[in-house]
Design a protein around this ligand. Structure first.
Ligand code: GLU
Length: 274
């Protein structure tokens, strides 16, 4: 009996070690929880979230949240470098080590979780749809049937419409959401459907309207190299703190007060690190 128990315990230990190796970091890879400096991927073209100025500095909600989390990880602003990370390169940038963390309107999805460990979510916006001000034919996501819809490379928003809801929109490809806005103004597309925070940032000062028909929960995650569970737990503690100490409420007000969106100021339910 004793031998049997010992064998079972040894087998259980071996299994645990095996799975830890399978999900952990590779040899020589350092957790983001232990780095002295950080390269953080953000958007460069999304007002209110991640926008790069002519002088090369970045500003927006994602940028401020990134700075706060980096600070809680022990990395001061002077040792944080921001890098433009469009939707199409996010997974690769993490896997290649070009960036340590991503704060870039990056929704946690089952597909992405295969390649990325996600901290958070740090906020949960909803997908909505933006059209030209003079267009009254699109009032609901289903009205996108037969309409020209922007498809941003590497983004999940067009999938929410075309794949998940099986709405037969005509997809028109673009590299970024700011490119979608140019296509809309040029009447080469009819609609941009994506996170309401993104749409709100673009809507200000343009001849457009958001139809106010939200239809998803977009869990904005912190992209972390796959397997860095220590980093993920540390990031989650930082996010919890950001809500507890009033920083989240302050940043949401700072960036989205004028948007008219209802802003949630309690810590979102975490996804769990995997
Ligand atoms: N949150 C959505 C996504 O991660 C749309 C915005 C984006 O692509 O950055 O796909």
């Amino acid at each position: 009996m004793r031998i049997f128990r010992g064998a079972a315990a040894a087998a259980a230990l071996a299994a645990a070690a095996g799975s830890a190796a399978a999900c952990g970091l590779g040899a020589g890879e350092e957790s983001v929880a232990r780095k002295e400096s950080l390269v953080i991927g953000v958007k460069a073209d999304q007002p209110g979230l991640g926008l790069r100025a002519k002088d090369g500095t970045y500003a927006g909600f994602d940028v401020d949240v990134a700075r706060y989390v980096a600070g809680r990880l022990g990395v001061p602003p002077g040792r944080v470098t921001f890098r433009t990370t469009p939707s199409s390169i996010r997974e690769k940038a993490l896997a290649d080590g070009d960036v340590d963390l991503i704060f870039a309107t990056y929704s946690i999805t089952a597909r992405r979780k295969e390649a990325v460990t996600f901290g958070g979510p740090y906020y949960v916006p909803h997908q909505d749809t933006l059209v030209r001000e003079d267009d009254s034919s699109i009032r609901n996501v289903r009205d996108l049937k037969g309409k020209r819809l922007c498809e941003v490379a590497g983004s999940n928003s067009w999938r929410r419409v075309v794949e998940e809801r099986e709405i037969a929109a005509t997809r028109v490809k673009a590299p970024t959401y700011s490119a979608c806005m140019d296509l809309l103004a040029a009447r080469r597309i009819d609609a941009v459907s994506t996170d309401d925070l993104i749409l709100a940032g673009f809507a200000a000062g343009r001849q457009v309207k958001i139809i106010n028909a939200p239809f998803t929960d977009e869990k904005y995650g912190v992209g972390i190299r796959k397997g860095d569970l220590e980093g993920c737990e540390t990031v989650n503690r930082a996010i919890t703190r950001m809500y507890q100490d009033g920083t989240a409420a302050r940043l949401l007000t700072k960036w989205f007060k004028e948007s008219g969106l209802k802003l949630a100021t309690s810590v979102p339910q975490f996804e769990g690190c995997s």
